[in-house]
Design a protein around this ligand. Sequence first.
Ligand code: NAD
Ligand code: G3P
Length: 327
Amino acid sequence: ALASARSDTLIWARDPDQALSIGQRHVNPRHLPDIALPPALRATADFGAALAHVLEGPDQADRLIVLGVPMSGLADVCRRLAQALPARVPGSAPVHLLWTCKGISPDTHQWPHQIVAETLPGTAWLRTGVLSGPSFAREVAQGLPVALAVASRDPDTGRAAQAAFHGTQARIYGTRDVMGVEVGGALKNVMAIACGISDGLRLGTNARAALITRGLAEIQRLGVALGGQADTFIGLTGLGDLVLTATGELSRNRQVGVAIGQGRSLDDILAGGMTAEGVRCARAAQALGREHGLDLPITDAVCDVLFGGVAPTQAVAALLARDPRDE
Ligand SMILES: NC(=O)c1ccc[n+]([C@@H]2O[C@H](COP(=O)([O-])OP(=O)(O)OC[C@H]3O[C@@H](n4cnc5c(N)ncnc54)[C@H](O)[C@@H]3O)[C@@H](O)[C@H]2O)c1
Ligand SMILES: O=P(O)(O)OC[C@H](O)CO
């Protein structure tokens, strides 16, 4: 999306073959082999060169770095940045740093913004935020329209993202609610697994709608307890991303759920190395819910099925057998 909006976009890929293919042949053979990437897109495997491109490039007005790695790689890339960033940035304009990952650290239960703050202590010129919302990479790479949100405590970061992404394809909305956006992004993956399980069991569209709606209530309950704003969860990064991921066939989290509902084992499904962030963050979400005394029944059911040896049909029966309550 960035490369179609501006011609000075450079991708850093740690694998030199990937970088060569993206930069020279404009194709990503590993993830999107059938899609032609914008011809102006450049790529490098040299981290220092990529950073210099941002810091020393001609357009100092809106210097933007987007970290497109999964949760498991976020701390690592931030540490690389911390080592490579100069003490004083050339020029006077700030550098804006966005991340796209959706999840919770399985070991420390940290949210992405907490990992960024810990590994990259802020300087006056580095402004940070999360880029999130309903966005299958394949559709974005095909040039189809997409609406996203950038959450940052610094409104300039939202404005920088708007300036960089807005074009014919993307709209970016700004918000200050970093926690709400990150909770929505992480928990919708858990709910997508639940919906996938339900669809794999052929429980019907009524059941799926119930899971989406009650799943959203669960996401909002945790998000508000952690300091997020209630209305964030009916926006792009809450309801929007939940609907996309719980119903869209391109979702890897949903695919995991469908395969489990059809009787496959988690180990077998993940053997090919697929990224399904909901699997890695479900237990952390459950633990955070317990810490805050919250009822998260769908998250509990997903954990029971993924890690507790509970059969999907048993988990559904347990959800239906819960005591009646007000909506
Ligand atoms: N794929 C999507 O449609 C999509 C859309 C929106 C948000 N997201 C979120 O963005 C994040 C990344 O998703 P993805 O699908 O691109 O994941 P991915 O697993 O395909 O990883 C993206 C790239 O990051 C690289 N990477 C991983 N760890 C790294 C490290 N330590 N250093 C350098 N590179 C590293 C991988 O090799 C890969 O090329 C996830 O948290 C996902 O939830 C994905
Ligand atoms: O393929 P998934 O399930 O990781 O979902 C991708 C994006 O998060 C959708 O917004």
